[in-house]
Design a protein around this ligand. Sequence first.
Ligand SMILES: *Cc1c(COP(=O)(O)O)cnc(C)c1O
Length: 703
Amino acid sequence: MRTARSYKGIELFRVAAAFLVVAIHTSPLAAYSDTADFVFTRVIARVAVPFFFMATGFFVLNGTGVRRSLKKLLIIYAASAALYLPVNVYAGHLQEWDLLELIKQVFFEGSFYHLWYLPAAILGLALTALLMRRLSRGACAGAVLALYALGLLGDSYWGLIENIPGVSAAYRAVFALAGYTRNGLFFAPVFFYLGAQMRVKKPRPVGIEAAGLAVCFALMLAEAMGLRALGWQRHDSMYVLLPAVMYFLFALLMRARGSVSLPLGSFSLLVYILHPAVILVVRAAARVLGLWDIFVVNSLGHYIAVCAGSAAASAVLLWLWSLIRPRRVSDTARAWVEVDLDALRNNAERLEAFAPGSCSLMAVLKCDAYGHGAVRSALELNRIGVRAFAVACCAEGVELRRAGVKGLILILGYTPADQWRVIRRYRLTQCAVDAAYAHALDSAAKGRVDVHIKIDTGMHRLGESFEHVDAVAGCFALTHLRVTGMFTHLCVSDSLDGADVSFTQEQLRRFFALTDELKGRGIDTGALHTQASYGLLNYPDGRCAYARAGVALYGVKSDGHDGVRAWPELAPALSLRARIGLVRELPAGEAVGYGREFITSRATRIAVLPIGYGDGVFRCSMHGGAEALVNGKRCPVVGRICMDQLCLDVTDAGEVHPGDIATFIGTDGPETISCEEFAAKSGTISNEVLSRLGKRLPRVYRN
Ligand SMILES: *Cc1c(COP(=O)(O)O)cnc(C)c1O
């Protein structure tokens, strides 16, 4: 699961931030003015490290990449410490390290003065991920802010507590172990957390964000100058206003979208790691070349030389690495699913707007979000404010929660009662599939489990019968169950046929008669919901708290012929594509594929594609007129579809070469094959096509 990183502003600012860090360590304006140097390196440049933490939080903490990221940071840390080991040996530092000093160097200081960033990033990321997993949003924000506040007192606000005996002793103990409070414990978490929260940030006008940055920065400058005048600063990395400045700065950077092909993240990291070594080289070279005054004495000349040297060294290393690095298989090398996240978000917003009054969208993400990728889809939907999700089974719910998905996660299907601990641990809401199940779950559970009671109003799949009022009422009295909702499922809401409409209305009548009766008995029935996609589109209902939309959320109908009363401009989010592997010319009368079933009736150009029924292109569709688009033209599938291969007749598609892309679902030029059409040719519905797209197809996300 991968996205082309499409935040150009953030990627470009990485480079600026790296050069700001170099400034902190070289004081470019020191030769001109102490105040200018303070403002540049101790105030402006102080955004650099928090920015790196936020960018990591933004890209990593919302997904499943925390472990991978930590591993990478550890490797980089080990390599950097090794790189500077000779310098430490030369300077005789190692001889002075007792156990306490060693702990301090490894966990906080990073063994060389600028490397503190790496242990801080590792500790901060791990700690923030843990807090986010264990605590609610509010508690987590409170925790990281409290840590930051504690850090401030040991950093810029040291003067405030320096003379309070007990407090300053406690801080001195911290300093003995960690050197500073500017570390992974006190400093980094607030920025990692803030970065993660930027994904769910409410959109604001650009003017407000720009003004916010200007005002907060001006205040931070005043804060810094004030602290400097007071002489309170033991160190000058942390300001009260820094998180606010970072919020607005990051919000503005997020606006610049578009992809960047250069590895700017690696480049800025290398500049950061290498620049102290480059400082040594610049000094040596300046001495040898007799340029000491220009490149060492002159602070600006020194800064420019160090930046240029670091940039050149980093570029050369990246180029060398590109020659030898092991390549990853490209996601679009063979066959893949493309998901248009913009379409998904728009569909969610349109359905939410379409649902009447207080009814909100419950996004149905079962079976890996109908093939779209459940984790990624849920996180995107979280980001735009969707707070309710439905999955088919407990494991799907756990996967979402572990990835950091917030809000209600309702398990629509059966979960054995002995799994209650998992349901509870991941704050899932279980469907009580009938009253007997509710009792079994209650007996098994030793703690409170949230449930929505399912009512059977005529579909006769899951649910307690609508007629068993007492049995349903009894579920509300069970000690270990907290009933937070009730729902039913409609079985012909996709049909506008008279008899089906009456049946659906009867189902709704039965459900609400039951809930009214329970309310009459003083029972709080919780959130009520009755509609899936077609229910929402054909029977919008203000009495419902949720509409459980699945197929419509993905912008498709189950069957292309389904009539719906409304279709609020929903657009398909998914395409299925594959690359042509081989093109061959065959004369008339030749057979293609297993069983020699297809015989060419003319000179035919055949394209062989590395996709088959193992990927979800149903074998039976070869008899249903299956096609794919090549060069914007429809080309028939010929011969039997295999597990991993199939053939297209591309005779009429113009020039076709290996490596060209064929589209099985989606648009190519003027032509589109809809999911509904693809399904019809396989004798099924979109829901089955989407949920059976093969696991081995990479999902490629477009913003
Ligand atoms: C699958 C499912 C849905 C979603 O159905 P769509 O028709 O795809 O919107 C809603 N409710 C229940 C109980 C389901 O099983």
